[in-house]
Structure formats: structure tokens, C-alpha cells
Design a protein around this ligand. Structure first.
Ligand code: EPU
Length: 325
């Protein structure tokens, strides 16, 4: 049986074939996924992953699609869209926490904490995407990041079982901050994945540390950050920050100083409000955006001798697009 027949037999009506990824990404670009499945709970996500691992069918997990650029050629791996969204606050005892499945909307979670008078996630109220994506990429804003909030991440892992020389089996582990190996906008999971390898782990859920405060105080800080974002970051279909900030400088400042704001390729344009935001102003293709990325990199390297590293992930089939793709 071919892999697609295996999927049809296993998942029946749940399987979507030739599904346009532009429907699942904040920048609204991307070709079709050969096969796509939505998981409604962490349990379902784990079950799907285990089935795919057993069948040796490569797959990837997509959260909010807000930090990825999907190739126009689409995705050959099975895409698991993470819609596992349960959220539970634990306000009993000295140290309140929130536990949530990895598909929960992170900004919404932060706003729910604010309305309960729980402090610690104010920085995240305007961060797009899912909790899982934020845990994976060590999302951050306003001088804070996931590394400062995470208590534990629930990880489904298969590599360890394989390394132990046993038959394929799945290990559910609780990873502490230390296990996550966080760096600026990076984690052990993100570095290991390398963007190309078949997925060996899944983030199923996470719990985050909070502190007791009042709804008024927490909301005031959320409002302050929201105001800052509105004044510095553009609206419109983007992936947030395109590049990581290089040590001691800012990608947005460098792109700005290189005179690139307002530069366009097709319908992709570098925001005139913030140089690190690339906007799809209508019918942009992934190739348009990729060419703009290459232009920004080349110009900043020529003018300032600084190599800009992507913060976003390139997803799907990027054959023929150069070394980083
Ligand atoms: N700047 C310019 N020109 C520009 C843009 C920025 O000169 O076109 C200057 C600003 O004046 C400022 C500096 O560059 O002095 C940094 O800009 P900003 O304060 O807007 O912050 P950022 O470093 O560009 C980071 C995160 C954002 C986060 C904001 C707010 C990264 C790569 N980006 O942006 O995160 O929202 O701080 O805290 O770390 C994201 O990760 O997707 C994201 C949006």
C-alpha cells in the first residue's frame, strides 16, 4: 500500500489531500500540502504522530502558522495542524500556574491570565501563534521570553527509545527549562530539527508560572505593550519578525539603515513602519518573500558586514532556493 493509501485507510474522512497551506499561515502564502490532518486534543495529536512514526511516514506539526514561510511548491510531509486547545488555571496554593495543550492560542492564554489578575505573561498578550510554537521557538517580546515563564513542557519523544535499541516505542516526558536548552529565539528542539529532519518529538502541552496580582495592574501592563506594538509594528499579513536580532543590534534597524523599507518584490513588501516585518499586500508568493529575504540579507551583509539569521522557519519543499532553504 502506498503511504497515501495507508493514510486514507487509517484516517478516512479526516484526511485532507492537496490542501492549500495559504489557509493555515498568517502571511497567507504557501502551496498545497499533499496530506493534512487536524488534531483536536493533545491525545489525538500523540495518537496521530505515533501512527505516522510506526508507518515511517514523515510529518510536521503546524501551530498558528504565524512564524513559518511555506514554499509555493507545498509540503510533501503530512501536516498535522495542532488544534489541541484545552486550558486549565491552577490558582490554589502559593504559586499559580496555567497548564495548556500546545495548540492553545498563546496571546489569548495571556489575556485570560490578565483577566484573572495573574501576572507573568503580559509580554505575550500580543504574540501571535500557539503555545507549542512559543515553547518550541522561545518566543519573546518586551524583554521577556518563554524561558522566563515555562515551568514544564510535556514532550512525546521517540529518539530515546530508538537509541536504547528497543523496538519503536514512545516516551512521554516532562522537560524542565534546563532540558529545553533555551537560547534567544531557539531551543534544543528547534536546533535539533534543523528544518529538514523527520520529526522526532512533539510538544503536547506546557505549564507556565504565574504570580498573583490584580486584573487592573496586569491589564495596565498589557495595554502599555499593546500600545507599543501598535505604534511600532505594522498591521497586515506578515510573519512577525523575519530575522533574529544580531548580537548588539536590531535586524529592523539594520534593514532600515540599509534603505530597504518599502522595497517590494511582487506583492511582498518590507514594511515602511518596521524593517523586520515583510508584508503580503495581496497576492504575494513565497518566492516573492524569499527574494526579499535574500535582498535584505545581501544588502545588510554588503553595507554592514552582518549576516542576518532567519527567525521564521522555512517549511515545505524549498529545493533550488539556496543553502539555508
Ligand atoms: N528600528 C529602526 N527601524 C525600524 C525598526 C526598528 O531603527 O524599521 C529600531 C528601533 O527604533 C529600536 C530597535 O530598532 O531602537 C528595535 O526595534 P523594536 O523595539 O521594534 O524591537 P525589535 O527588536 O525589532 C523585538 C522582537 C519582537 C517584539 C518586539 C517588542 C525580535 C527579532 N523581535 O523586535 O518580536 O514584538 O521586540 O518587544 O526579537 C517576533 O518575534 O515575531 C516579534 C515581533
Amino acid at each position: 500500500m502506498s503511504w497515501i493509501e495507508t493514510l486514507r485507510t487509517t484516517f478516512g474522512d479526516h484526511l485532507r489531500e492537496q490542501e492549500p497551506m495559504s489557509r493555515y499561515t498568517s502571511t497567507r502564502v504557501g502551496g498545497s500540502a499533499d496530506a493534512l490532518l487536524e488534531a483536536g486534543s493533545a491525545e489525538e495529536l500523540a495518537r496521530m504522530a505515533e501512527l505516522l512514526w510506526e508507518q515511517e511516514i514523515p510529518f510536521m506539526v503546524l501551530g498558528g502558522g504565524s512564524n513559518v514561510l511555506v514554499s509555493d511548491a507545498g509540503v510533501r510531509e503530512v501536516v498535522l495542524v495542532n488544534k489541541a486547545r484545552s486550558v486549565q488555571f491552577d490558582e490554589v496554593g502559593e504559586n499559580p500556574t496555567v497548564w495548556a495543550e500546545s495548540g492553545a492560542n498563546f496571546g489569548l492564554l495571556a489575556r485570560q491570565a490578565a483577566s484573572r489578575g495573574l501576572s507573568g505573561l503580559e509580554w505575550a498578550a500580543g504574540v501571535p501563534g500557539t503555545l507549542g510554537g512559543a515553547v518550541f521557538g522561545n518566543a519573546g517580546a518586551h524583554g521577556r521570553d518563554m524561558a522566563g515563564s515555562l515551568k514544564l513542557a510535556e514532550i512525546l519523544h521517540r529518539t530515546k527509545a530508538l537509541q536504547a535499541g528497543r523496538q519503536l516505542e514512545f516516551v512521554k516526558e516532562q522537560w524542565s527549562i534546563k532540558d529545553m536548552g533555551y537560547e534567544y529565539r531557539s531551543s534544543l528542539l528547534k536546533r535539533n530539527k534543523g528544518g529538514h529532519l523527520p520529526l522526532e518529538f512533539l510538544i503536547l502541552a506546557a505549564s507556565l508560572r504565574l504570580e498573583r496580582s490584580t486584573p487592573e495592574l496586569v491589564q495596565a501592563r498589557v495595554d502599555e505593550y499593546t500600545e507599543f506594538r501598535h505604534s511600532t509594528q505594522p498591521p497586515g499579513a506578515s510573519m512577525g519578525s523575519m530575522f533574529k536580532n544580531p548580537k548588539g543590534d536590531y535586524a529592523g534597524r539594520l534593514i532600515d539603515a540599509a534603505g530597504l523599507k518599502g522595497k517590494a518584490v511582487g506583492d511582498a513588501i518590507i514594511s515602511s513602519r518596521h524593517g523586520n516585518f515583510f508584508i503580503n499586500r495581496g497576492q504575494a508568493t513565497a518566492q516573492d518573500i524569499y527574494r526579499l529575504i535574500a535582498l535584505a540579507r545581501q544588502t545588510v551583509a554588503d553595507k554592514f558586514g552582518i549576516h542576518l539569521e532567519l527567525e521564521i522557519e522555512l517549511i515545505g519543499d524549498w529545493k533550488g532556493y539556496g543553502s539555508e532553504a
